[in-house]
Design a protein around this ligand. Structure first.
Ligand SMILES: [Zn+2]
Ligand SMILES: [Zn+2]
Length: 437
């Protein structure tokens, strides 16, 4: 895949360098040629979401900073260094949302959505923003699609459904060999016991771990398990695992989630060191990994404490999300064919100004009857317009010249056989409908 893609990318970069104006660091354009893939992801999200009875929600890009500072925890990477913070002229501190979950929770309470169902199942798609060092697969503006299930008493069936919903999108997009890495990080009670053990282990090995981990062990201890440094990995390999410290309720919950996943044949792998470094998670946490990709396609977890942390009330919830850019990267790597711009099977060719004018109105007649038609109004010569029709693999060309306009007719040309026939203009739409295969 790398080889095939390398060439055009290089070419683009050379061209881009000549221009003074560029996309901001870590942000990217989604060009027309890529849009069919984006459409596929959005459509799959809608299909899956609606099938499992999720309703769509859209929240603003800007939110009050406190939602994320409280919700995610101040000692998380996101809040400490990755938020795009905006001070308004009025002195309010806003952020460009770094994730959806806290914003959806805010909307749930703000609009009293609990009255519309228990649990309330919501899906979303859109951009999120993180001020990170851009690297392969990481952008400062990237997109997510996801699901949130709010309410319903921590029932493990919904953990399974949140996982399943994201997994079904992956399946619908024909991405193969994806595994769910899953773990339980328990509740406040049993996690506290585990964290003590973990702290003791890392303190004992303090000389063998990196500086960041030394900090983390006192500020956000579970985060040490996410460290990618080789020496820290060695310490991690000997670290206690949380599953050994779960209390009986958390253990039973996790067992149920796994049973449900077995039932619907979702392949999973118990990853004892998976923690996902956000404060709001409890019990189930998970990530999706494609074969041969080290970066997760997405993930999620249960967040029964988020509403309380935000001082909104008590509400059990669980959610999952996928990174759209990452999904698309995998789709590209697997060689999915990109369809060129909307393949209309009818092409309008005009000769002369009068024909151009009449053609403009004719296209509206086609639009009203739901038949797609392309044109190339910018080109004047018959030859160059026919070339475009050929390139777009139109089945029929409609040729409109001065004489045809005058006589109220139009020539229909079968692009495969070359056969031509003059048809009265007022009948052309139905004639075309008859001939389209
Ligand atoms: Zn517990
Ligand atoms: Zn480390």
């Amino acid at each position: 895949m790398a080889e095939k893609e390398a060439a055009p990318k290089k070419e683009k970069k050379v061209r881009e360098k000549k221009m003074a104006y560029q996309t901001v660091k870590g942000m990217h354009d989604i060009l027309p040629e890529e849009q069919p893939l984006w459409d596929k992801v959005r459509l799959a999200t809608k299909h899956v979401g609606e099938f499992y009875n999720f309703q769509r929600i859209d929240t603003p890009v800007l939110e009050g900073a406190d939602i994320f500072e409280r919700g995610l925890g101040t000692k998380t990477d996101i809040v400490e260094k990755e938020m795009f913070v905006i001070k308004t002229r009025g002195g309010d501190k806003l952020v460009m949302r770094p994730e959806f979950t806290s914003a959806v929770m805010r909307a749930y309470y703000q609009h009293g959505l609990s009255q519309f169902g228990q649990p309330m199942k919501l899906y979303y798609e859109g951009p999120v923003f993180r001020y990170e060092q851009p690297q392969a697969g990481r952008y400062r503006q990237f997109n997510q699609v996801g699901f949130e299930i709010l309410g319903a008493e921590s029932d493990p069936v919904y953990d399974a459904q949140a996982i399943m919903s994201a997994f079904r999108i992956i399946e619908e997009l024909k991405i193969k060999n994806v595994t769910v890495h899953i773990n339980s990080i328990g509740c406040h009670k049993c996690r506290a016991t585990y964290i003590k053990k973990l702290e003791a282990h890392y303190k004992k090995n303090a000389l063998k771990i990196c500086k960041d981990c030394k900090n983390r062990i006192s500020t956000n201890p579970l985060r040490v398990l996410d460290c990618k440094e080789e020496k820290c990995q060695l310490v991690k390999a000997e670290a206690p695992i949380i599953l050994d410290y779960l209390d009986s309720e958390c253990k039973a919950h996790f067992t149920k989630v796994l049973e449900y996943l077995d039932e619907v044949k979702i392949p999973y792998y118990i990853d004892s060191y998976l923690v996902r470094g956000l404060d709001y998670y409890n019990r189930t946490v998970f990530e999706f990994f494609g074969e041969g990709f080290s970066v997760a396609l997405g993930g999620g977890g249960r967040y029964d404490y988020l509403s309380e942390t935000l001082k909104l009330g008590k509400l059990s919830a669980v959610g999952s999300a996928l990174g759209t850019e990452r999904i698309i990267e995998v789709m590209k790597a697997s060689g999915k064919i990109i369809v060129p711009r909307g393949a209309a099977r009818v092409f309008l060719v005009h000769i002369g100004d009068e024909a151009k004018k009449r053609g403009l109105a004719l296209i509206e007649e086609f639009r009203k009857s739901g038949v797609r038609i392309n044109e190339s109004f910018g080109k004047d010569s018959l030859k160059s317009q026919m070339r475009v029709a050929d390139k777009e693999q139109a089945q029929l060309s409609l040729i409109l010249g001065q004489r045809e306009v005058f006589e109220g007719s139009i020539i229909v040309r079968d692009m495969e056989t070359g056969a031509q026939e003059s048809v009265p203009l007022e009948r052309i739409v139905e004639e075309v409908k008859k001939r389209l295969k």
